[in-house]
Design a protein around this ligand. Structure first.
Ligand code: KIV
Ligand code: NA
Length: 265
């Protein structure tokens, strides 16, 4: 199969073909998602929440991200694999950002990295790009800054924040970023960004007028139950599927229904 490249994603934007993106954190799920034909697989720092049970994305470490990323890469043959630089691995300075990126690229085999922020991360983005690593930006609700925002509410509703977001998107484009994620912002602002920059804009809670969509795998298939933002569409109820299977297994063990004579040696 032909691998998805940043160049192909750019062509998709020009053609008006929407880009599909979804998270994965392990080999087995990555195989399923890649096999289904996903364009971009994100090894998100949302692994901190959905895989490790933390309340925020802040605790996950670079080593832990590399563990997840390497597992995902082993399960992918077509999608572009993007890995989040976790909190604390790039904010210090651009050489720290580059060092963290190089570790991810060498130790996981991923194809690109993602960092949160606009003009604040310009120098880091440029340094990473100059090393030949594609960079995806992330603006709007940036979960690594949750304690600055104070809430997970919609961002950039006010004029000043909207203007900064648009200008940040242009900064990221000028740096050479290959795409930008816009999280939880008004659809009208996301539309304006997608029209005014040439690189693909991937939305999550950013409405339909962008170049692609991203969701968290565990939310999409209904493994998580307690996270219900308006933007989330659940395509399955895997929580019930697993609960039912496990309940039947317990019942069969208790009733000595399992294993039967054929299920042994
Ligand atoms: O970590 C993540 O899952 C993300 C997506 C929600 C864009 O950054
Ligand atoms: Na993330």
């Amino acid at each position: 199969v032909k691998r998805i490249t940043t160049h192909i994603l750019q062509e998709m934007k020009v053609r008006g073909e929407k880009i599909s993106m979804l998270t994965a954190y392990d080999y087995s799920m990555a195989r399923i998602v890649d096999g289904a034909g996903m364009d971009i697989i994100l090894v998100g720092d949302s692994a901190s929440n959905v895989m490790a049970g933390h309340e925020t994305t802040l605790p996950i470490t670079l080593d832990q991200m590399i563990y997840h990323a390497a597992a995902v890469v082993r399960g992918v043959s077509r999608a572009l694999v993007v890995v989040d630089l976790p909190f604390g691995s790039y904010q210090g300075n651009s050489s720290e950002a580059l060092r963290s990126t190089i570790r991810i690229m060498k130790e996981s085999g991923a194809h690109a990295i993602k960092i949160e922020g606009g003009v604040e991360i310009k120098e880091s983005a440029m340094r990473i790009l100059s090393a030949g690593v594609p960079v995806m930006g992330h603006l709007g609700l940036t979960p690594q800054s949750i304690y600055k925002f104070g809430t997970y509410a919609v961002r950039a509703r006010e004029e000043a924040e909207a203007a900064k977001l648009l200008s940040d998107a242009k900064v990221l484009e000028e740096c050479g970023c290959f795409a930008i994620v816009l999280e939880k912002i008004p659809a009208s602002l996301a539309k304006q960004v997608a029209e005014e920059v040439r690189i693909p804009i991937i939305g999550i809670g950013a409405g339909p007028y962008v170049d692609g969509q991203v969701l968290v795998l565990h939310d999409l298939v209904g493994i998580t139950k307690d996270f219900n933002p308006k933007f989330l569409r659940r395509y399955a109820d895997v929580h019930s599927v697993i609960t039912d299977a496990v309940n039947r297994y317990i019942a069969d063990v208790k009733s000595k229904e399992f294993p039967n004579e054929k299920e042994g040696y």
